[in-house]
Design a protein around this ligand. Sequence first.
Ligand code: GTP
Ligand code: MG
Length: 338
Amino acid sequence: MTLAASILANDRLALSRLLTQIENNTQEGRKALDMLFPYTGRAALIGVTGAPGTGKSSLVNHLARYYRHPAEGEQARRVAIVAVDPSSPFTGGAILGDRIRMRDLSGDPGVFIRSMASRGSLGGLARATSAMTQVFDAANYEVILIETVGAGQAEVDIARLAHTTIVVEAPGMGDEIQAIKAGILEIADILVVNKADRPGAENTERALRSMLEIGHPRSSRHFQDNQGSSPNQMLPASHDEQEMWIPPIQRTVSTEGTGVDKLAALIDQHQEYLRRSGGWQQREQARLKVELHAYLEEALLSRWRASISEVLYQDTLQALFERKLSPQEAVERLTASI
Ligand SMILES: Nc1nc2c(ncn2[C@@H]2O[C@H](COP(=O)(O)OP(=O)(O)OP(=O)(O)O)[C@@H](O)[C@H]2O)c(=O)[nH]1
Ligand SMILES: [Mg+2]
């Protein structure tokens, strides 16, 4: 049986093996991915991001547990967790910590947890993360939770992967200001104020809310109109995704799991909203297009590099350094033979 076929047959060992192949970007891994691709496009991808230590892993852990043991009348869902650590390899300790915290989920065949340390470029990380989610998707994991630390380009890239992006804040970390600076709020579909058991949670929530009102000027009306009503009703039936979904704010205590059921409900509402509005398909298509272009760039660049003489390349580079050619002119010269 091929690796891909084993994965479709729900073989966990094959799944681990393929994830390693993908991390190492091997030929065998790429081949298996190609074979699995037709089976993708079903999973709900949920990104969980935020500053270090805000409680993302604890929250992901509880969310996973919730999906496995949901409220009465709801079906359990298979869950995969990808913990991405784009920072230096020295933070390996944090990942180890995550493993320990998530131990109570292990042993459940409906849960698969994978930590991925940074390797090579950010682009490589985004590629590997995307590939891993495709494998989980094909392997019939219905919910894929992707945890990323920080507020950099990697988070934005990974948010682009997810259908729903949750930004986690915690009181007293001064994150609020940082969050705007990094533009992380712009990627949030749902905001979580975790560690709501700590003093200052109210302040954090208030700061986020006023930021949302700046970012979504139309939102203040919605906030007033919808006190107490279900978030579903606050979404008018328009087509423009940007106009409709105002990121809700949910408080949680992820050490205890408080608020996690409400968060899960908000995630479902966001995903229903995406499907209703066509946003789901839009996001899927945007993601596939970005991915296509990334591969295209890589392929064309290496093909071009192989086709051009090193002498011409070095010569042109020198001319650029000496400002005899502008970067654009250099490109013209280097691509003239294409
Ligand atoms: N008081 C309190 N502590 C919490 C809560 N959630 C998480 N913590 C604690 O905060 C610390 C960090 O939690 P993690 O879940 O590892 O946070 P993280 O955001 O995944 O951390 P990194 O992955 O290292 O960025 C741990 O000691 C948790 O026990 C909470 O709701 N209340
Ligand atoms: Mg973590």
